[in-house]
Design a protein around this ligand. Sequence first.
Ligand SMILES: *Cc1c(COP(=O)(O)O)cnc(C)c1O
Length: 369
Amino acid sequence: MSGVPFCDVGVSMESLQPAIMSAMESVIRKRHFILGEACTCFERNFADYCGTSYAIGVGNGLDALYLALRSLNIGAGDEVIVPSNTYIATWMAVSRTGATPVPVEPDILTYNINPLLIEEKITSKTKAIIPVHLYGQCADMTKINAIAQAHKLFIVEDFAQAQGAKWVDQMAGSMGHVNGTSFYPSKNLGALGDGGMVTTNDSITAEKIRKLRNYGSAIKYVHDTEGINSRLDELQAAILDVKLPHLELWNHSRQAAAALYTEQLQGIGDLMLPYTHPDSTHVYHLYIIRTKKREALQKFLHKHSIYTLIHYPIPPHLQKVYAHLDIRKGACPVAEELAETCLSLPMFPGISVGQISEVCTRIHEFFTD
Ligand SMILES: *Cc1c(COP(=O)(O)O)cnc(C)c1O
């Protein structure tokens, strides 16, 4: 027994290193580092992968979501429905436009936004819903689509944790009006630095995003709107283009690891294991377990050099940055309960059968002591 890291990107990288090096060399040789061929090429390939007409490379996942909302003219005075259980970026993309994030509680089984609770939060100010495909499985897009259509709302998918996941037969990132994802290094498709992508089937929206990511400019030194500077650089695009063809294989590796965890962790103490909605696939960006003894379990595993994380320890509505929204503790009890009980086990493509057994053996040990 030798310990297990939370995430080891090296395992999936090793065999690709020569290809990544030569892709980087080719960028360096061309001496063109921003908005060149590599970005255009990767945008095309990523759009094809997601099954969308357009993909626009940006600096990171937060900017992808922010620019998606800006392209829909969402701003001050508007409300956007967000999950109460998500990474802070989902909320910050909304508040950065000037709009107000309005939380909706998750389903306690899937941990994704509960569609049955959305309509009661819709007001005359509501402009959009952001379903987050959290931990790697899709939110209930059938029900969310129906609600959005009935109330004439936009859908912006946050698929930062679900690249390659499917709802029925549709890819994550292809179901909203305009969608955003992240290539943060530990994501299912990760860069060697920051990166993000906006996807859409609408040509006008795509053009707007292209301008907004580049100082509001389509023609050099001509600025129509107040954009930002957020472009996927050539080096990252070239690296991501080498990695993209392996994403399916890596997702399968995560799924195989998850199946082993689920098999070996049945019926232990009060452990709750992940549940996958029958209409979704799960690409296990994270493998989440829940227990009332979370703190003690995490300490015990740490003592045995097994590294786990908590996604997320403080829900957005209880963060200081959103104190002005005046959403009290107790207002989002499901998100608060998740924050107190969830634990993310080691998960990465190439995690070995031995490593998974080691984690499971220690968890058994903890609960039988
Ligand atoms: C990672 C992540 C983001 C933001 O991505 P960055 O590239 O780090 O800005 C947004 N939403 C979710 C759900 C994420 O997991």
